[in-house]
Design a protein. Structure first.
Length: 502
């Protein structure tokens, strides 16, 4: 081949491998992802303690993280194995930094900041610096993300894994990569699936992106190997956790009103995709963001038709797709305005933020209030300290409300848990094992004063367990309430034995 033709062929190959977005300096690249990281981190630190409140889901993390590694493994054989990897991680952090609301929630803040950095990096690569910056900053403003940004559970960590794996996939589609990139991709998917195996639906979203962009067969084959290895790695957890599926029995069946939120999100994603001018065969924000938003939403809806499991927190990572599409829309607006109004185009993102922040301020304040959660485990502990007397007994209805004692054992010092047969640690459970109903009845009747810890009337569900119905029936017939306090979804009632039964 002549030298001139070789040069022309090499030039064409080089151009075909270049990203669609204009190249930027390394300084601008760092700014694009660093600003969203600091922005998200500041949002996470704002009101992190939530007025020193901890609700029941976080209380499960708190009490398990304080157990020994052997006790955690024993518990996972009976309950919550799906969260086992997260519990072990939090156990390590509690051992290093001590139990506190900061230790409980800061991992979620850091994970969300990582997710924001990934969104910014993907957006910059696909649609330019403004799109990346806008997408990364938009993530922290989304109400669903603000709720779980400060949550002592695994959902934000899963979102970080989704961001990392999606960024690696985009890297693969942009240029030839080595085997270690695919290994890193498979590892990221595996880790997020160990935190919550429903996150494996991201593989379907990534497959949709590969098909949309008409990826080469070699890329599809390597993706299939990485996805298969990640799925095989988490398959034992999936099989074992199916034996504990009764834990999800409280989730209501799918209804039309539950689909309103996903419908609105998908509509917003569709608008953002149109603004990005999606075309088949082109790697774009729409080709990555729309499947990432839509596929997990539709997948969870489909699974919920078989078994009710529709909870938005299980697919929090889909919000990365929405943020990516929002960033692409802002980037398109900047590009459209730049030829005619080059100076004004720089103010589009600040203007959008100036409108969005005040509009979302009520939501931001609400998410950081204790009232945003169904209850507060710590608040009721202070009432226990004030109401208890020497030789008092305590019972819990339902028994899961024993989490208050597990998180605040000092508040219950001197109280006898007369219904408990085996502690949560001894039984390998979250709430312990209670005695037979007749033994509990006899134990209650032998007391003069009993403290009942239950749900507040505003959030209480009908009592269904035979033990719990028996507890309340005996207290109402043979005892009279002398004190009653309700605070943040929990209730403490003090009963004293009456001279004659009602």
């Amino acid at each position: 081949m002549p030298a001139g033709r070789e040069l022309e062929t090499a030039s064409r190959f080089s151009l075909s491998r270049r990203p669609a977005a204009a190249p930027t300096s390394s300084y601008h690249t760092v700014v694009v992802w660093l600003v969203p990281v600091l922005w998200t981190f500041a949002f996470g630190l704002w009101g992190l303690s939530r007025r020193d409140s901890v609700w029941r889901d976080e209380a499960a993390t708190w009490q398990v993280a304080q157990r020994s590694t052997a006790e955690i493994w024993y518990m996972l054989a009976n309950v919550d194995v799906v969260h086992g990897f997260y519990y072990l991680l939090m156990h390590l952090l509690f051992e290093c930094f001590g139990p506190s609301t900061t230790t409980l929630r800061l991992p979620s803040v850091l994970a969300t900041a990582v997710a924001a950095a990934c969104v910014a990096a993907i957006g910059r690569r696909l649609a330019g610096a403004w799109a990346g910056l806008a997408g990364g900053m938009a993530l922290a403003l989304l109400p669903a993300v603000q709720f779980y940004l400060q949550e002592g559970r695994s959902y934000a960590l899963v979102a970080a894994g989704a961001g990392i794996s999606t960024l690696l996939l985009v890297t693969v589609l942009h240029r030839p990569v080595r085997t270690r990139h695919w290994s890193a991709y498979g590892t990221a998917v595996l880790l997020m699936a160990l935190l919550n195996w429903l996150s494996l639906m991201i593989l379907a979203a990534h497959l949709a992106t590969l098909l949309w962009t008409r990826a080469e067969r070699g890329v599809l084959a390597r993706w299939a190997v990485a996805a298969g290895c990640a799925t095989a790695g988490v398959l034992p957890l999936i099989v074992f956790s199916r034996g504990q599926s009764a834990q999800l029995s409280w989730i209501p069946p799918l209804s039309w009103h539950m689909l309103i939120g996903p419908g609105v999100l998908l509509a917003m994603g569709g608008v953002g995709a149109l603004l990005d001018q999606p075309r088949a065969g082109r790697l774009s924000s729409a080709a990555v963001g729309l499947p990432l938003l839509a596929v997990p939403q539709l997948g969870l809806i489909t699974l919920s038709l078989i078994q009710p499991i529709f909870l938005d927190r299980y697919i929090l990572y889909s919000m990365l797709g929405l943020a990516l599409l929002i960033g692409a829309a802002v980037g398109s607006a900047v590009r459209a305005a730049k030829p005619r109004f080059p100076g004004a185009s720089r103010w589009i993102l600040p203007t959008v933020l100036a409108v969005a922040i005040p509009a979302l301020l009520p939501q931001s304040l609400a998410k950081r209030s204790p009232a945003s959660r169904v209850d507060d485990v710590l608040a009721v502990a202070s009432d226990i300290r004030q109401l208890k007397q020497t030789r008092d007994a305590v019972v819990f209805v339902p028994s899961a409300r024993r989490d208050t004692r597990s998180v605040s054992p000092n508040a219950f010092a001197g109280l006898r848990d007369i219904a408990l047969a085996e502690t949560p640690e001894e039984s390998g459970t979250l709430k312990g094992v209670e005695a037979a109903p007749d033994r509990i009845r006899a134990a209650i009747l032998a007391e003069h004063r009993v403290l009942l810890v239950a749900d507040a009337s505003q959030v209480a569900r009908p009592v269904t367990a035979a033990r719990d119905r028996m507890k309340t029936a005996v207290l109402r017939r043979y005892f009279t309430p002398v004190a009653d306090k309700q605070i943040r979804g929990r209730r403490v009632t003090v009963y004293e034995r009456r001279p004659t039964p009602r």
